[in-house]
Design a protein around this ligand. Structure first.
Ligand code: ATP
Ligand code: MG
Length: 255
């Protein structure tokens, strides 16, 4: 594999909370334009690892590389500007605003301290034509252009998830990290969401790193799987093999 195929890499990342080694020497490589799943039991360190990657926590040891660049310890907004976004970085949708408006808002520069006051002042000003075009493109990418005018509070659970992904896409990120993108969504809609994620990778060259517990649904769409247990990486390999792996079965699949 060529080094340029790797968009994100962690090397021996350690993150401690007091005595607890929540992430304990984890090295992963995420390939460009792939869907990579990060799985593991509750409390195994998945969110903590993502918090280190996206700059919310400084690791106690180890390095994080994005596009070959050492981003360890950079603040979240700088990492976001480098085109690595995680879904929760974007504020929750405004219930009374339309899908389109929620996308336009998400395109603003990083949601920092002054974000909301700034936003409310600007809300009634006309949006840049370029941004509106981009929002429509994102709606098309996700197959929800027919609901652009609907208020967020009227959306189904699945449509809300797609809106959340759409808001991440508005940042133009190349790597999108999603924490449970199908939580609370029925199986049919969950498959639809993963089909859209697959399209993002195939048609729009996006890379997705996804934390997900519903393996029955997510595994068929994954290209690679990492499994964490007690802060340690216990599996890195294909989705087809992961459910056969003895260590994984022992700690996660529950056998
Ligand atoms: N801010 C914190 N302070 C202290 N301990 C923490 C903190 N965040 C996480 N932990 C602990 O670190 C460990 C890893 O937690 P983490 O949230 O990363 O797990 P997870 O794999 O995301 O779990 P889940 O599947 O439940 O979301 C857990 O034991 C958790 O209690
Ligand atoms: Mg978590």
């Amino acid at each position: 594999m060529d080094a340029s195929d790797i968009i994100l890499e962690t090397k021996n990342v350690v993150k401690k909370f007091g005595e607890l080694r929540a992430v304990d020497g984890v090295s992963i490589s995420v390939e460009r334009e792939r869907i990579t799943l990060l799985i593991g039991p509750n409390g195994s360190g998945k969110t903590t690892l993502v918090n280190v990657i996206s700059g919310y926590y400084k690791p106690d040891a180890g390095r994080v590389y994005f596009e070959g660049r050492d981003i360890t310890g950079l603040p979240p907004h700088e990492i976001y500007r480098l085109k690595l976004v995680r879904s929760f970085q974007i504020p929750a949708p405004f219930a009374r605003m339309s899908v389109l408006e929620n996308l336009l808002i998400a395109s603003r520069d990083h949601p920092g301290e002054s974000f909301f006051s700034h936003l409310l002042r600007r809300r009634w000003l006309s949006y840049d034509r370029r941004l509106i075009d981009k929002a429509y493109e994102v709606l098309e990418m996700l197959g929800i252009s027919d609901i652009w005018m609907r208020r967020a509070e009227e959306l189904s659970a699945a449509q809300l998830k797609l809106l959340e992904i759409g808001r991440a896409l508005m940042s133009d990120a190349d790597l999108i990290i999603l924490d449970e993108p199908i939580a609370g969504v029925n199986p049919t809609s969950a498959h639809e969401i993963f089909s859209h994620l697959t399209e993002l990778k195939n048609k729009y060259n996006k890379t997705l790193l996804i934390i997900e517990h519903r393996l029955d649904i997510a595994l068929p769409y994954a290209d690679h799987v990492f499994v964490l247990n007690e802060g340690k990486l216990i599996y890195s390999g294909s989705p087809a093999e992961v459910t056969k792996d003895e260590r994984v079965r022992a700690v996660y699949i529950g056998e």
